[in-house]
Design a binder for this molecule. Structure first.
Ligand code: TTP
Ligand code: CA
Length: 377
């Protein structure tokens, strides 16, 4: 049987939906950059700057989690927990993780029908067409994604595959870290039935509490709850979703993001350099590309980030957020140069690749929606 299938034909088949989630993402990126820290508790932190230690843990590797460290914990408290285990505290560098995230998402996107990125390190994907509705073929695609990710980036992820987003998400959560869980359509109901209702995608702490008050503990119970009782507490829309999703029967599609949230470009330099002016000169086509993207989407940006990949392939970034959105070519050039000057001071090797990224995109103020446009005519 041919595995080629057009989109229309796939409607009659079971949907094949995946969820991919990188393991302890920021901390794992740091481990790849510096493998010698791998066996130690690693905590990637956001420092507020008030005192030397004020701030929170953004994420921690599994070694640190063994001591009770978790995302959102104050740094001082986390340090106490791991103080005897030779911990590593690293300052969070968001731009760096974004660059790696972009590469990963691009790699996944090339192997699936559609990808809906839902966070810096996670997303849903639809495999219905590329797997021809066959869960064994889907398993092979997921294994390929995992292998490529490990080979190309040195990173591990967890993947869940099932007939809906909620089932796929449970699969990736339950197979963390590094796992792959396939929940076939036939086994969906028996898989979901005994699981706690609070673990269902879309059930936050508040909804979880309300369900508990109603005596609904498992997804099996939720799927058979009285719709009217549920509606009274949670509203029509959420109730309908919960009853369907807990039985594996929600059909929320995987949506490609329609609105861009950032534009970025990285180029390889003709010659390695540490000179910011030289780097900028070679990046001028990249700046032109970004400017063109901003103009054609009629957007401005608030955050500009400079990216430098050094000769040892380590990634270094510097970014600045402005009070007012901008999009003029001269502003991009001037600020990119300033960021590269700052970046140049902090690195001890030449740049091999340089790039820039604009984010915090906003529609230009003079842009009118179609209805506004029609009303003012
Ligand atoms: P998560 O996917 O929630 O967590 P994780 O990747 O660190 O760990 P897991 O193995 O459990 O998936 O978040 C992705 C990244 O988002 C994480 O690496 C750091 C960041 N993050 C924060 O900055 N603050 C937070 O409170 C959380 C939860 C995550
Ligand atoms: Ca993750």
């Amino acid at each position: 049987m041919s595995t080629m299938l057009c989109a229309e034909e796939s409607h009659s088949l079971d949907r094949v939906i995946g969820h991919v989630d990188l393991d302890y993402f920021y901390a794992q990126v740091e481990e790849v950059e510096n493998p010698s820290i791998k066996r130690r508790p690693v905590m990637v932190c956001v420092f507020s700057g008030r005192t030397e230690e004020s701030g929170v843990v953004s994420t921690a590797n599994y070694k640190a989690r063994e001591f009770g460290v978790h995302s959102g914990m104050p740094i001082s408290q986390a340090k106490k927990l791991v103080k005897d285990a030779n911990p590593v505290v690293i300052k969070m560098e968001h731009e760096k993780y974004e660059v790696i995230s972009d590469r990963i998402m691009q790699m996944v996107r090339e192997r699936v029908d559609t990808l809906e990125q839902t966070g810096i390190d996670e997303g849903f994907f639809d495999l219905s067409v590329s797997s021809a509705g066959d869960y064994q073929a889907a398993r092979r695609i997921a294994e390929d994604i995992k292998e490529d990710l490990l080979r190309e980036e040195g990173l591990t992820c967890s993947i869940g595959i099932g007939r809906s987003k909620a089932v796929a998400k449970l699969g990736s959560d339950m197979s963390k870290p590094g796992g792959l869980m396939i929940i076939s359509p036939n086994s969906t109901q028996s898989f979901l039935g005994p699981l706690p209702a609070s673990k269902l995608y879309g059930v936050g702490p508040k909804t979880g509490l309300l369900l508990g008050e109603m005596g609904i503990k498992t997804m099996g119970e939720l799927s058979m709850a009285n719709p009217l009782d549920l509606e009274r507490k949670l509203g029509k829309k959420l109730s309908a979703y919960l009853i369907g999703a807990s039985a594996g029967a929600d059909d929320d599609p995987v949506r490609e993001g329609l609105e861009p949230t950032q534009f970025s470009r990285i180029i390889t330099l003709k010659q390695d350099t540490r000179n910011p002016n030289e780097a900028l000169a070679q990046l001028s086509a990249g700046i032109g590309y970004i400017r063109e993207k901003l103009v054609s989407s009629d957007k401005s940006f608030k955050t500009l980030g400079a990216i430098g990949v050094l000769t040892d392939l380590s990634i270094h970034t510097k970014s600045r957020t402005f009070d007012t959105p901008m999009n003029a070519a001269s502003d991009i050039e001037e600020n990119t140069l300033n960021l590269f000057i700052e970046l140049g001071k902090t690195v001890d090797k030449d740049f091999r690749r340089v790039g820039l990224r604009v984010s915090g995109l906003a529609n230009n103020v003079n842009q009118k929606s179609l209805s506004e446009f029609l009303q003012t005519r």
